[in-house]
Ligand binder design. Structure first.
Ligand SMILES: Nc1ncnc2c1ncn2[C@@H]1O[C@H](COP(=O)(O)OP(=O)(O)OP(=O)(O)O)[C@@H](O)[C@H]1O
Ligand SMILES: [Mg+2]
Length: 695
């Protein structure tokens, strides 16, 4: 029998939605007078496109922090929280801060509103992502109470004016979704604004900027003629309504993407004649016979994005410049038409360089504000990109081993970082400095200097897209092999082999070799990490560590006081110099410094005793590490055995190894497969006699 999942009453659901307050708000309609009163109450419904964009970004809140002595504001808008962070942008706070500052200046009318905003950066640096977020944000804002905005339509319910509206036409929406206040005749505007702004405490002031588009002007004029100049009767034909911006519906959001360089047509931007209607109205200069549906027209009140703006045909340049500078577009055969929209374009770095000296750029340079969107050079920010994409621990039966994403991100960032001029600093160290890690002898000023000396940092190197592709390849491969786990080695090898035919690298053998070398460096880093983890998993035996600690301290006390210790048999013995040195060597205490070191520790212990406290090895990081390393040394042989996988391993050995494996799983996030891989790999390293230890 089929399970009863319950039934859905769609009719009721619909009814509930339609009778909800939200529905009523979103579908608000009213007369022009209603609208004027609404504006009086909520003047901000009349904000222009820049003001709205600036507000919607800042209304999401911000966080401030200091990064290498620089004060940075992080705008939460770019976390894309509502969509679960799907389009979140990481590590670009400084660029985004510049962008928001430009928007602020534009919102206040300081001139930035007359510029094209140009996002510029290497391929795959999140330029499109930033634009997508802005467009989505503008859409979403129009649905909120704070973001509500309005437009109007002409109505002729009785059908008295078919000569004006067209045959059978009862409703004629403002084709460019204009602000209703534009209907106010020029001569009345100052008075109207004065009334609207009187007594308003907010520092926002209602302004009426621009003129009606040609068809609305036409209808207005004709109605006025018919009514012998009686405005009241003309306004009876105006119906104001709430407007919801939507890219899918081509309302308030436009995207222009040059296709073929040879085959661009200006009608795509500023609209086109409607030949069927020319026949109806009898003239190609009748505004009703024109479709005001170019990208600039439909994007009115919101934003227009120019994808690859430098690929735009020079013939369009003046459309673009007029649109930004004058806030006007010029449809064929019509007067210039006012627009209110944010114009944002992007271009990638190679294209930008190629066109730096061409005519298009010359004209554009002055009229654009360029915002650089570089690659991330902070390792942990880069990691976030891939964690966002591959966030689930298990992807269709495959797990991603710990550090896989971290290592891929490390490589990506390393390819972008310029070789430090300082000889005593490696690229990995530079990466760690940038990431906020302290490295002895390097100050924040040094980090600033490093950033300054780099010429093209963040403009070259590997793009996140390449990394995303290779990680996903590795996942698919693991699925095919029913391997169960994707390891850093798999991904690093995949990244390496992809370099062979990477078109971005063209024939640049030097760069390719350099990137390969960086893969080897990352592999080493990874080995250090897993060695450390296995080491900690082995030595993380608190009982054993405690025993070792009290043993050391007892010997230390005896040594500094010239005393003896109690041996195993109860007899007094000399302090165990070999044991003490074995521990101290683990943290690089040379023979010549051992007396000082031991005295220091004793002083510390005595001070604790005076305070009535007991020493806990965990509170002393160095000693803790030394004990762990000593314990590990004592047990390493057990691990070595796993690499031989000999069946003759004793039960005791097997138990010890199982214990280590389960610690790797419990404490370091491994699963069975990846823990096995890592143990195997580390065992191999130990078996080859690599006992050199790093700090
Ligand atoms: N700083 C970043 N934060 C979050 N994601 C990023 C970042 N940089 C790149 N990405 C990711 O990299 C991918 C490529 O980004 P996007 O398409 O926005 O790049 P683009 O700059 O438009 O590239 P192109 O120049 O090739 O058009 C996306 O999946 C994006 O999420
Ligand atoms: Mg793009």
């Amino acid at each position: 029998m089929a399970a009863d999942w319950g039934s859905i009453n769609f009719q009721t659901m619909l009814k509930d939605w339609v009778s909800s307050k939200e529905y009523r708000d979103l579908n608000w309609v009213g007369s022009f007078s209603d609208y004027v009163n609404l504006v009086k109450k909520h003047p901000k419904v009349t904000r222009n496109a820049f003001q709205r964009l600036y507000d919607l970004i800042t209304e999401k809140g911000q966080e401030e922090y200091v990064d290498v002595k620089k004060h940075v504001v992080h705008y939460k808008f770019f976390d894309d929280e509502e969509a679960g962070g799907r389009d979140a942008v990481f590590g670009l706070d400084i660029s985004l801060m510049k962008l928001v500052n430009v928007l602020r200046a534009a919102a206040q009318g300081y001139g930035a509103e007359k510029r094209v905003i140009l996002l510029h950066g290497p391929v795959g640096s999140a330029k499109s992502t930033v634009c997508r977020m802005i467009k989505k944000g503008v859409e979403a804002y129009s649905r909120t109470d704070q973001g509500a905005l309005y437009t109007f339509e002409w109505v002729d319910e009785a059908g008295d004016h078919e000569d004006i509206f067209g045959k059978g036409v009862r409703v004629y929406p403002s084709p460019m979704h204009e602000e209703p206040l534009l209907l106010v005749p020029e001569e009345m505007r100052a008075k109207m604004c004065e009334e609207l702004n009187r007594g308003v405490r907010d520092d926002f002031r209602v302004q009426i900027v621009g003129e009606l588009c040609p068809p609305s002007r036409y209808i207005m004029r004709r109605l006025l003629e018919k009514y012998n100049g009686n405005y009241e009767r003309v306004f009876n034909h105006v119906r104001v309504k709430r407007m919801i911006l939507s890219e899918a519906d081509r309302i308030g959001i436009g995207t222009f993407q040059p296709k073929d360089e040879k085959n661009q047509d200006s009608t795509e931007l500023t609209g086109d004649l409607n030949y069927r209607k020319i026949a109806e109205y009898g003239s190609d200069s009748d505004p009703r016979a024109f479709n005001f549906d170019g990208e600039f027209n439909i994007a009115n009140r919101g934003v227009i994005e120019f994808v690859e703006v430098l690929k735009l045909d020079v013939a369009f340049l003046y459309d673009l410049l007029g649109a930004s500078q004058e806030h006007r577009v010029k449809p064929k055969k019509f007067a210039q038409t006012h627009i209110d929209e944010v114009i944002i374009g992007h271009t990638n770095e190679p294209e930008f360089r190629r066109l730096q000296d061409n005519e298009f750029m010359e004209a554009l340079r002055d009229r654009t504000v360029r915002i650089d969107i570089p690659y991330i050079t902070k390792w942990h920010q880069e990691i976030k990109i891939y964690k966002k994409d591959f966030n689930s621990k298990r992807l269709r039966g495959v797990s991603i081993a710990p550090h896989t994403i971290e290592m891929a991100a490390m490589w990506a960032v390393l390819t972008r970082i310029e070789k430090p001029k300082k000889a005593n600093l490696s690229r990995v160290q530079k990466l760690k400095l940038y990431d906020g890690k302290a490295i002895p002898n390097f100050t924040e000023d040094n980090v600033k200097e490093l950033r300054k000396e780099a010429k093209r940092e963040g403009l070259d190197g590997i793009s996140p897209r390449y990394i995303q592709d290779k990680i996903s390849n590795s996942i698919v491969m693991a699925q095919q092999m029913s391997r169960g786990s994707v390891s850093p080695f798999m991904v690093l090898n995949e990244l390496d082999s992809g370099l062979k035919n990477n078109p971005l690298m063209a024939n640049n053998e030097d760069v390719r070799n350099d990137y390969r070398e960086l893969i080897a460096i990352v592999k080493q880093e990874y080995e250090e990490i897993i060695k450390g983890e296995v080491q900690r998993a082995v030595s993380n035996d608190e009982g054993a560590l405690e025993r070792l600690c009290s043993n050391y301290i007892e010997n230390l006390r005896a040594f500094t006081q010239g005393d003896k210790v109690k041996g195993g048999s109860g007899a007094s013995e000399e302090p165990d110099e070999r044991l003490m040195r074995a521990i101290e060597e683990k943290i690089e205490i040379p023979e010549s410094r051992k007396d000082d070191f031991r005295r220091e520790i004793m002083n510390y212990l005595n001070a604790l005793t005076l305070e009535g406290k007991k020493f806990d090895y965990k509170t002393n990081e160095r000693l803790h590490r030394a004990f762990e390393r000593k314990l590990f040394e004592d047990q390493r042989d057990t691990i070595k055995l796993t690499s031989r996988g000999s069946s003759s391993d004793s039960k005791d050995t097997k138990e010890k190894i199982d214990l280590v494996r389960s610690r790797l799983i419990k404490e370091f996030g491994y699963d069975e497969v990846s823990a096995h891989d890592v143990l195997e790999h580390v065992a191999g390293i130990f078996a080859r006699g690599d006992v050199k230890e790093k700090k």
